[in-house]
Ligand binder design. Sequence first.
Ligand code: NAD
Length: 436
Amino acid sequence: MKISVFGLGYVGCVSAACLAGQGHRVVGVDVNPVKIDLITGGNAPVVEERIGELTAEVVASGALRATTDVAEAVADSEISLICVGTPSAPNGSLSTVYLERVAEEIGEALAKKSERHTVVFRSTMLPGTCLDLLIPILEKASGRTAGVDFGVAVNPEFLREGTSVRDFFDPPKTVIGEIDTASGDAVAALYEGLPGPVFRVPIPVAEMTKYADNSFHGLKIGFANELGSVCRALGLDSHQVIDVFLADTKLNISPAYLKPGFAFGGSCLPKDLRGLVYAAHRADVKVPILSHVLASNDEHLQRAFDLVARTGKRKVGLFGLSFKPGTDDLRESPLVELAEKLLGKGYDLKIYDANVSLSRLMGANREFIEGRLPHLGQLLAGSVEEVMDHADVVIVGCKDPDVLAALPRGGDRVLVDLVRLPDAAERRLEEGYAGL
Ligand code: NAD
């Protein structure tokens, strides 16, 4: 393919050299003439493992060249990869000035081109930036329509500086946000033959995946550092602890627990987080991340309450009360907390949880409910129908098959989904559905 790469920084120059190494014909574009001269002389403008040799090789073979001339680069390519910087704005948000400028320049060049061209944003940008800001700029400058006259895609970059050439050829995944199939196909063709899964997703989803990765990386580093600080203060070898943690590839290093859903709870996680934070404070170690994990969880619980409050309806049915599916354990259950919040605000509540009813019937949980939760015990219904008949708002907090089979479709009742129902994607498009 004939490719133009805009912005020859860490991402752009590595992408340009690697794509050239893959057999594509690449022209790099930058506003900085020093970078153009360096590449033209066969030298990489950044210091990275293997980038020096690779740049020399692909420039010598004629597969990579560089220019400051935007119109010429667009005319001489079928696809443009935008890799300009998106630094922090003074308020902590991201600055889109370089993206806006490059979109305008490419738009102007597109106005003079008759063949279809695809514009691909690789820079990290917040969801909505492409559809709401950049496509309108491209369309205005070109006088053409995105998805009709030219293609647009968002293809975030997951390379790590230091190993970026290796990461390019062995990516963890390829994410393609596409305005139409032809745009996505053009991006997919760039990386043909590279390993890793390919995800074709809506444009804002592609933008967000980069934030998911980077915020999680930050959280992981913070987590490991805080754990290490506590270990150190308690006289433990933090690496012994983390080695044991990392060896567990079934639960720790896996997608387990990494699904958006309702707040966590139960008799272990909240208690142990509190214990760890307490121990850290006693040892004079500040652990702002660990200290805020429960606050974040509380905020999530408040979101669920807000979903109910926003319906404006007062008669509420709650399905599920235990802290997770498959148990009757009510200790620190987030559904108990949600029920108490609703009750405290005067909502007319009825609750059904088959496991809780069963264990109560067996006497297993009776003491706990009667001793600690008498205010909720008296709201427990004996059947799904009893709750359904009562409710104007139905909160789904468990995936009991009897409950799922009885859920309303359409009508006046509002469904608040805390478990991501199997048909949630479809229901999201309907009236009377709200999910976390
Ligand atoms: P960088 O600052 O190293 O490079 C950006 C380049 O864009 C500069 O050379 C600049 O001169 C050039 N530029 C600015 N305006 C231009 C224009 N109108 N036309 C052509 N060139 C122009 O940035 P980077 O580290 O390569 O990051 C680029 C983007 O990729 C950012 O959004 C960043 O968040 C994202 N990203 C970076 C990394 C990384 O490890 N650095 C990894 C993944 C994603």
